[in-house]
Design a protein around this ligand. Structure first.
Ligand code: PAF
Length: 286
């Protein structure tokens, strides 16, 4: 596996690969890899000649007081895992090289970013689109791989890539979970032992809400179930719990084909997100 630190080197390497007729599969990450990232790399390995993974804790997507500094990092461990997963090029630039100057151009995601994480983390998705614009240009992928766990991010990126004709395909990869249902996340290592025991209740709450939604078609009842159940997790504070249409992230309507039940829950020092998608029949009442 080749390791590239410099933006210029990544650019020339990707140009060379494309000129040689190679397809590039791109897996953008912020590192501290877990099975969720490795599943993205696994899919990329199957579908492309060359797999590029980036590891970059992107300062532009963290707000003041968020966990940019304490975000877990371990490049050597990540490099070993990436190599084992079949990654060909690991791109790990420095913030100074990625953002040599504060660009006066901003990229704004629009309506899909006004809800869920976008509402509680203002500017977060601006930062995600900013870094991905650079990373897509630098790595020139035919396909880029994103986990369904970050469902809002995925929906916004799909819209961005479609609306602005980025020449690549976005591939959606299902959430990878621990045996007890907790969605794999780099932040899970920062839970206390007790919080780790309690955290699977997030997914259990979403599943209970999905069951109610499927059985009754009653969005309010389903949402009440999820919020009630999240509210009873000891030591956890619900940041949000919502049911929306997916991937538009508009309120559900009689025309909606798929709903997302999404939640963000805060334990002492860690904010976790999770979601579940529920295919809908037209009977849903709103
Ligand atoms: O999902 C993430 O890890 C990040 O938001 C991403 C897509 C790598 C952009 O920094």
């Amino acid at each position: 596996m080749k390791r590239i630190e410099k933006v210029g080197e990544m650019d020339s390497e990707a140009r060379r690969l494309v000129a040689d007729g190679k397809s590039i599969g791109f897996v953008p990450t912020m590192g501290f890899l877990h099975e969720g990232h490795l599943a993205l790399a696994g899919e990329a390995r199957k579908e492309n000649d060359v797999v590029v993974m980036s590891i970059f804790v992107n300062p532009a997507q963290f707000g003041p007081g968020e966990d940019f500094e304490s975000y877990p990092r371990n490049l050597e461990r990540d490099a070993a895992l990436a190599e084992k997963a079949g990654v060909d090029i690991l791109f790990h630039p420095s913030p100074e090289d990625m953002y040599p100057e504060n660009s006066s151009i901003r990229i704004l995601p629009g309506r899909q970013a006004d809800v869920l994480c976008g509402a509680s983390r203002p500017g977060h998705f601006d930062g995600v689109l900013k870094v991905l614009t650079k990373l897509f240009h630098l790595t020139r992928p035919e396909r880029a791989y994103f986990g369904q766990k970050d469902a809002q991010q995925l929906a916004i990126i799909e819209t961005f890539v479609r609306d602005y004709n980025f020449p690549l395909e976005i591939r959606r990869i299902p959430t990878v979970r621990e045996k007890d249902g907790l969605a794999k996340s780099s932040r899970n290592v920062r839970l206390t032992a007790q919080e780790r025991k309690d955290a699977p209740a997030i997914y259990a709450s979403l599943r209970e809400g999905a069951r109610v939604l499927r059985e009754t078609g009653d969005t309010e009842l389903a949402l009440g179930t999820v919020r009630g159940s999240l509210g009873s997790i000891p030591g956890a504070e619900t940041d949000y719990a919502e049911i929306l249409e997916y991937p538009s992230l508009r309120p559900l309507s009689a025309e909606s084909r798929e709903a997302i039940i999404a939640a963000a829950v805060r334990f002492s020092g860690v904010r976790l997100i999770d979601n579940i998608l529920v295919p809908l029949e037209r009977k849903t009442s709103c």
